[in-house]
Design a protein around this ligand. Structure first.
Ligand code: KIV
Ligand code: ZN
Length: 389
């Protein structure tokens, strides 16, 4: 299959909105501008830059990101209230390609909060989406907690939003409740049964409460969604959102069974992951898929030996494709002689067979006492074997 046979999936990044809603992840104005520039530069299709009515700071950040945007659509979030939508528009209107994203909670639990009847909520959706559409022709609408909304009501309100002019319908799994098969079926059914569904883009927005956000997002794409909402490092409320790097690399690596392309330059993933970790103050767990410190690291002798012979033995992605210089063969007590020889070569040290034998014994002894043996430790061992021997 060639690239042109593949369907395009839009990547909507909400690190600066849903990601920043993580308790403690607040970023400064300048940090937000920097992250937005990196997202734009790496080919993210839509950047949700903030929630303009939430604070003066958010309004200023969204406005400035909109002014500086180059290729990405710049989106702001607004509740289903006219002043929210107006404020959002005031901020995003500076972008070359602005979008208003308006939402309301449609599940029984969420409907109880504004105390609206089903009919009153339906009217509110019609009024607010129409209002947004009068401001811009790029309007996204979300029924918050869609996956716990009654099917008949969900179908009804999605149809209303489309008839009022929404161009993207996002189906949020707000509390990470759905499972992959259900996620695919829900989108598939909406597209099949809602009048006008084929005129709009369906989006998936998954939270990770049960650790299924990436699987659910990819399943939604199988069901017909063509926009994935996600964040860098999976940052987001509670257990976070779908991680951008995971869905993008899954689509890239498994194009054989998921024939969809994104416009993301994956070589920029590592750099933005590290920057988001720093500015949000949320370190990335070591074994996090794609961007964790250990995602391309190997310690066991069998794995290191395999990697030295053919990297495909234990890696399904190339480190350079996510912006890493190389695989990391970590020297520790599980490492074998082949890895030690390769490490010495990397360090520019030439040793004969006898010295290697001696070094390996000393290395294993040290590795038993230390979690990781660093380059400096190995160089010190080389000096010791030369002096002692
Ligand atoms: O999780 C959610 O439902 C949201 C909406 C505002 C789209 O973030
Ligand atoms: Zn969310």
């Amino acid at each position: 299959m060639t690239t042109t046979d593949k369907d395009r999936v839009l990547i909507f990044d909400t690190t600066l909105r849903d990601g920043e809603q993580s308790p403690g992840a607040t970023m400064t104005h300048d940090e937000k501008l920097e992250i937005a520039e990196m997202l734009d530069d790496m080919g993210v299709d839509i950047i949700e830059a903030g929630f303009p009515i939430a604070s003066e700071g958010d309004f200023r950040a969204v406005s400035e990101i909109a002014k500086r945007s180059k290729q990405s659509v710049i989106c702001g979030l607004a509740r289903a209230q006219l002043p929210d939508i107006d404020r959002c528009w005031e901020a995003v209107k500076h972008a070359e390609r602005p979008r208003i994203h308006t939402f309301i909670g449609t599940s029984p639990l969420h409907r109880a909060i504004p105390n609206l009847t089903m009919d009153e909520m339906a009217d509110r959706i019609h009024e607010t989406v129409t209002h947004a559409r009068n401001l811009t022709d790029n309007v996204q609408w979300s029924p918050m907690d869609a996956t716990r909304t009654e099917w008949d009501y969900l179908k009804r309100v999605v149809e209303i939003a489309i008839s009022a002019g929404a161009t993207t319908i996002n189906i949020p799994d707000t509390v990470g409740y759905t499972a992959p098969r259900e996620s695919a079926d829900l989108i598939r059914r909406l597209i099949a049964e809602v009048p006008g569904a084929d005129e709009v883009v369906f989006a998936t927005h998954c939270h990770n409460d049960l650790g299924m956000a990436t699987a659910n997002a990819l399943a939604a794409v199988e069901g017909g969604a063509r926009q994935i909402e996600c964040t860098i490092n999976g940052l987001g409320e509670r257990a976070g959102n779908t991680a951008l790097e995971e869905v993008v690399m899954a689509l890239r690596t498994r194009g054989d069974i998921m024939p969809y392309d994104t416009g993301v330059d994956t070589r920029k993933i590592m750099q933005i992951s590290r920057r988001v970790a720093t500015v949000s103050g949320f370190p990335v767990q070591f074994n996090k898929a794609i961007v964790g410190k250990n995602a391309f690291a190997h310690e066991s002798g069998i794995h290191q030996d395999g990697m030295l012979k053919n990297a495909e033995t234990f890696e399904i992605m190339r480190p350079e494709d996510v912006g890493l210089a190389a695989t990391n063969l970590v020297m520790g007590k599980h490492s074998g002689r082949a890895a030690l020889r390769a490490k010495l070569k990397d360090l520019g040290v030439e040793v004969g067979d006898n010295q290697l034998k001696d070094l390996f014994v000393r290395f294993k002894d040290l590795a038993d006492r230390k979690k990781e043996v660093y380059d400096e430790d190995i160089l010190a061992l080389v000096t010791a074997t030369t002096t002692d021997g």
